[in-house]
Write a protein of this length. Structure first.
Length: 448
């Protein structure tokens, strides 16, 4: 049993789900389980600025008790003004007391936008400008998690007509310590997965250029939507409540921004996967995208076409055409460079290939500049130009030697192989010791 009383079976299931949510191989479930089980409870300081409270609500309404309980078990929620029982001065976040209670470090969560107009007095917490409190708390945090679209880039308060000069958490959190979980509201499963990633690997998850984790914001909603087949077949809802709507057809013509928005809403869902807006029959409003109140509106109409003179051309088609154009230009440029390179090489090396395998040369008088022998050696080409001029390529290959290789090594002592070998001395014959007739006094050969 874990600290919060969750069974091991549920915990293993949770770890596997987190591995899947983080787009990790299933084998990482074991590693996640070990890391989460042994990790100390990380203090959490949750600050709420200009916000409706939807992200606090999402945090509280994690329908799956496993995820909700484990998130609370992983974190020591030391400050959360929506949840804490204390009030008044006791509930005021203090830049000296909050970090001081967590000497080993803490995680900061920012909910809502941060007004900077009028010296930050549009939003005061405990009598202090929220922007100052947020800057101090985020400045001392191990990591800051901005939850919701308002904390992402100012959200509704920063939309056109906004009066409070609101900004997102990236204006107060040190570079490299911030992860953004935009959405209206954020998805608590993504918050849990982010915390689990930090506990397991000691780092925030990889993110895109706007600080949104790729595991959650790396895919287009349109590509994950369960109504996508109807889009491909041209089956669209044309009026709220019509027969097509009842059949669950595509909401594109009702202003759905799924083709322009990145998030994992279709695969994760809200309320522990119970549903999500498109499943419930409402088009995506693109709330995970930057400046979505201005950039993604109006909610119930298509965005203006990227090419006003071609209203039926989509942004995808414009992108594909741009990619194709760049590819074509690259190919043409490469071919031109190759042709130019060939021309330059022919001019520098007075060699031309007349026929396959036969190399001829222009007379030296055609050389534009004299080339010394040393230069020729240094710049000797390695291709057919390396062959002697005017000869067939095969001629340049020396025929194999038929002579036996001479032995190598120190010269042997004694007569050389070229000197005549002396005749050996004849051995004395024992049987010929008897005197010959010439040796006897009478010449008879008889010694007597
Ligand atoms: Fe795409 Fe929206 Fe249609 Fe789903 S409902 S397929 S996200 S346009």
């Amino acid at each position: 049993m874990l600290r919060c009383g969750i069974s091991r079976r549920s915990f293993i299931k949770f770890s596997g789900a987190m591995a899947a949510a983080l787009a990790l191989p299933a084998s990482y479930g074991t590693r996640i389980a070990a890391a989460v089980e042994s990790a100390p409870r990380l203090p959490l300081i949750w600050l709420r600025g200009q916000a409706c409270g939807g992200d606090s609500q999402a945090f509280l309404l994690a329908a799956d008790p496993t995820i909700g309980e484990i998130l609370v078990d992983l974190l020591s929620v030391d400050y959360f003004d929506t949840l804490m029982a204390s009030s008044g001065d006791a509930a005021a976040p203090s830049p000296t007391t909050i970090p001081g209670t967590a000497p080993a470090g803490y995680i900061a969560v920012i909910e809502g936008s941060i007004p900077t107009g009028a010296d930050g007095t549009y939003c005061l917490v405990g009598g202090r400008a929220f922007v100052d409190v947020a800057r101090e708390v985020c400045g001392g945090a191990l990591a800051t998690i901005a939850v919701g679209s308002c904390a992402f880039d100012g959200g509704l308060a920063a939309a056109s007509g906004g009066m409070t000069a609101s900004v997102g958490a990236d204006s107060v959190a040190p570079a490299g310590t911030l992860i953004n979980l935009p959405g209206c509201p954020m998805n608590v499963d993504n918050l849990t997965a982010t915390v689990v990633h930090y506990l397991t690997f000691g780092t925030l998850p990889p993110a895109d250029g706007r600080g949104r984790p790729l595991f959650a914001y790396g895919g287009l909603i349109h590509n994950q939507c369960e109504r996508r087949a109807h889009f491909e077949f041209g089956e669209f809802v044309l009026a709220w409540g019509d027969e097509a709507a009842q059949k669950g057809w595509c909401l594109y013509k009702m202003g759905c921004k799924g083709p322009e928005a990145f998030a994992n809403c279709p695969t994760v869902g809200y309320a522990s996967g119970t549903s999500w807006p498109v499943q419930a029959g409402h088009g995506c409003i693109g709330c995970t995208m930057p400046r979505f109140w201005d950039a993604m509106g109006p909610a119930y109409a298509r965005l203006p076409p990227p090419l006003p003179f071609a209203p039926n051309v989509t942004a995808d088609q414009v992108g594909h055409a741009a990619i194709a154009s760049v590819a074509a230009v690259t190919v043409v440029h490469g071919a031109a460079s190759w042709v130019r390179g060939r021309g330059t090489r022919d001019a520098e090396h007075p060699v031309a290939i007349a026929s396959p395998g036969v190399v001829t040369a222009r007379p030296d008088t055609e050389r534009s500049t004299p080339v010394s022998a040393a230069d020729d050696t240094d710049a000797a080409p390695t291709g057919p130009e390396a062959m002697p001029m005017g000869r067939d390529v095969d001629d340049a290959i020396p025929p194999p030697s038929l002579e036996a290789p001479t032995p190598e090594g120190p010269a042997l002592e004694g007569p050389s192989a070229t000197e005549p070998v002396p005749e050996p001395e004849p051995e004395p014959d024992v049987g010929s010791e008897a005197p010959t007739p010439a040796d006897t006094p009478d010449g008879s050969g008889d010694p007597g």
